[in-house]
Design a binder for this molecule. Sequence first.
Ligand SMILES: [Zn+2]
Length: 70
Amino acid sequence: MTDTEPPADAARMFLGQDALSQRDDGFVIDCPECGSSTLLADVVREGRCSGYDDVTGCGADLWLELAWDS
Ligand SMILES: [Zn+2]
């Protein structure tokens, strides 16, 4: 669980429609580090991709940011 803001030097990417895939259990993105398909909700809740503790042993910390302009 990560409720802290990511470090300023964390790598960032914009997620457009092409970055999202829909599964029965929700929308998934590919981890930018290891490519594991990961639920958006798990990124928010766990701060890790689905490859973190099994498939790839991925060590990346993940966050989602919501940006807006008004
Ligand atoms: Zn990963």
